[in-house]
Design a protein around this ligand. Structure first.
Ligand code: BGC
Length: 269
């Protein structure tokens, strides 16, 4: 692959598995130095395994523990990264989770947990990244932009999702967080966009693909008739972080096999 991100430092939150791990590998293949964030000690080994794979392929990086919903931990992760690598060029604001429940049974704890990681976590990380981008400014040897943020949203920033009110609300919130700060900092040459994945084969949705029956049912929602892979998202992230997309600000890039085309309307309506 063309090394479009050569020497740029990228923090990828929630990179010990799933989409985050895939994006870390893609950014590394494009030449970035990757900081593989993981939230709690029990997933350290998974993060180290992602890093080992990246190093075996010739990449460079570290792992970093940090619960993105905690301000002091986020600030420490950014400070440590800047101390070790000099700056941060790219933030992949990816960490996210689901705690699903029928709305009338949803506990405040389930609501708060999802909002604190998925939305507050993206706020805290984006704020630290922007502070560093503003401090450094544009360095043409690195990139045409002073920095890039990619928020990991979801098709559920626009598709309502019964039984997942906390998750869908967090993703709708991410959309306006992304657009607002993109508007606020574009003049500082900071580019901020989202990727909105559809069904990507990862642990978060294993129930939807673990049996042939489940997968068949899922396919009714995907016009392109395949489940996505973390690599599909990784390649989109490389593009959004590279100067190839230098005139792209404030978009949600749907990478979803057509899930947002409302396939139910193909022969109805
Ligand atoms: C969710 C997955 C789901 C996909 C499509 C994602 O944001 O995390 O569980 O499969 O949206 O509905």
């Amino acid at each position: 692959m063309d090394k479009k991100l050569s020497g740029q430092v990228a923090i990828i939150t929630g990179a010990s598995s799933g989409i985050g791990a895939g994006v870390a590998k893609s950014l590394s293949a494009a030449g970035a130095i990757v900081v593989i964030n993981y939230p709690v000690p029990p997933v350290k080994d998974a993060a180290e395994a992602v890093l080992a794979e990246i190093k075996a392929a010739g990449g460079t990086g570290i792992t970093a523990i940090c619960d993105v919903s905690r301000e002091n931990e986020v600030q420490k992760m950014f400070a440590d990264t800047i101390q070790q690598f000099g700056t941060v060029d790219i933030l992949i604001n990816n960490a996210g989770l689901q705690k699903d429940a029928p709305f009338d049974e949803m506990t405040l704890e389930q609501w708060n947990f999802v909002l604190s990681v998925n939305l507050t976590g993206q706020f805290l990380c984006a704020r630290e990244a922007i502070r560093e981008f503003l401090r450094r400014g544009v360095d043409p040897k690195r990139s045409r932009a002073a920095g890039k943020i990619v928020h990991m949203s979801s098709v559920h920033e626009v598709i309502p999702w019964a039984g997942h009110a906390n998750y869908a609300a967090s993703k709708g919130g991410i959309m306006m967080l992304m657009k607002t700060i993109s508007q606020e900092f574009a003049h500082k040459k900071i580019r901020i966009n989202s990727i909105s994945p559809g069904a990507i084969q990862t642990p978060i949705n294993y129930r939807d693909w673990q049996t042939p029956e489940a997968l068949d049912k899922l396919m009714t929602l995907i016009p392109y008739k395949r489940i996505g892979t973390p690599d599909d998202i990784g390649r989109a992230a490389v593009w959004l972080c590279s100067d190839d997309s230098d005139y792209v600000n404030g978009i949600s890039l749907f990478v979803d096999g057509g899930m947002t085309l409302y396939p139910d309307f193909t022969e109805n309506g």
